[in-house]
Design a protein around this ligand. Structure first.
Ligand SMILES: *[C@@H]1O[C@H](CO)[C@@H](O)[C@H](O)[C@H]1NC(C)=O
Ligand SMILES: *[C@@H]1O[C@H](CO)[C@@H](O)[C@H](O)[C@H]1NC(C)=O
Ligand SMILES: *[C@@H]1O[C@H](CO)[C@@H](O)[C@H](O)[C@H]1NC(C)=O
Ligand SMILES: *[C@@H]1O[C@H](CO)[C@@H](O)[C@H](O)[C@H]1NC(C)=O
Ligand SMILES: [Zn+2]
Length: 257
């Protein structure tokens, strides 16, 4: 799978402000950094994702941070669970999902929907693992993407070889983690699944400009917000005043390609 990708994102603006910012990053007032400060800066930056953890970012909203590059977010609705983004590997997806479910101590509420903010692998590959579990429970899970997301996936697979080389440089994959590489910016390290994922993502619901949908007893607004990618979806839950902006915001230098 393409390793272009990246990133993660975070999410939620509540009444009181923006979450996800400022866990350990030095003050921007310190710029420019001097060379001897770089390691110190990067070690501080790693505190954003170490240790990995589930954070309650708003009423019934939980974000699993540090499990993979991108976060997995769970909304615990009155009638079900909604997941936003699923990380880049099956294992991380499952681990994050387990920790999110355990956080609310509820494995009986059905997973009713997975919303994928965009086509980057660190946001959707783990979907297959969640669907596998849902099937054993007899849950019918809707999958939401922008209408161009499947095309974007197909397009990026054409450039896989080059994207993979670019990703190797972008994320420092050839460096020794902990010695030569302190972190990969948007997460600790870029993990990729060398096993080919043969499953094809099949969205059940797509939209063009925006759409409003009832899920798990809550109203969700999905909006196309071109930014980090053209297919980027932002999600707004009016009743919670919560915005999930995908990779249009993260605490690292943005992708410029
Ligand atoms: C790293 O964090 C420590 C503790 O907050 C702080 O004193 C130090 O200035 C930070 N380093 C850099 C380069 O910002
Ligand atoms: C890689 O993909 C295979 C096949 O889909 C899956 O069985 C395995 O658990 C995945 N490995 C990781 C690290 O996600
Ligand atoms: C994926 O598909 C290829 C080609 O059809 C096949 O050779 C391979 O065994 C499959 N891998 C998995 C994990 O199912
Ligand atoms: C939703 O899309 C329609 C066009 O399809 C547009 O007129 C409207 O302003 C959009 N609403 C929001 C909230 O973006
Ligand atoms: Zn992305």
């Amino acid at each position: 799978m393409v390793r272009i990708i990246l990133t993660s994102l975070v999410l939620v603006a509540s009444l009181t402000g923006c979450w996800g910012l400022g866990f350990g990053t030095p003050s921007p007032n310190k710029w420019p950094l001097r060379v001897f400060e770089a390691d110190d800066y990067l070690r501080n930056h790693s505190q954003i994702f170490i240790p990995r953890r589930v954070i309650n970012v708003g009423e019934d909203i939980y974000s699993a941070i540090g499990y993979a590059l991108a976060n997995m977010i769970m909304i615990n609705g009155p009638d079900g669970i909604v997941i936003i983004d699923t990380t880049e590997t099956m294992i991380d997806s499952w681990t994050a999902y387990e920790d999110l479910r355990n956080e609310i101590d509820d494995w009986t509420k059905p997973l009713v929907a997975i919303i994928l903010t965009h086509f980057h692998t660190d946001h959707y590959v783990g979907t297959f693992r969640l669907l596998e579990h849902a099937e054993t429970q007899g849950w019918n899970v809707r999958i939401f993407t922008h209408e161009t997301t499947l095309d974007e996936m197909a397009r990026s697979s054409v450039f896989k070889l080059y994207a993979s080389r670019r990703g190797t440089r972008q994320f420092g994959d050839a460096l020794v983690l902990g010695e030569e590489l302190l972190n990969a910016g948007i997460g600790l390290e870029s993990k990729h699944n060398d096993t080919i994922v043969n499953d094809t993502l099949v969205p059940t619901d797509t939209y063009r400009d925006n759409t409003t949908v009832q899920l798990a007893g809550l109203e969700f607004e999905l909006m196309r917000t071109k930014g980090e990618t053209d297919d980027q979806t932002s999600i707004w839950i009016p009743s919670k005043r919560a915005l999930f902006c995908g990779d249009n915001l993260y605490e690292a230098f943005p992708n410029l390609y």
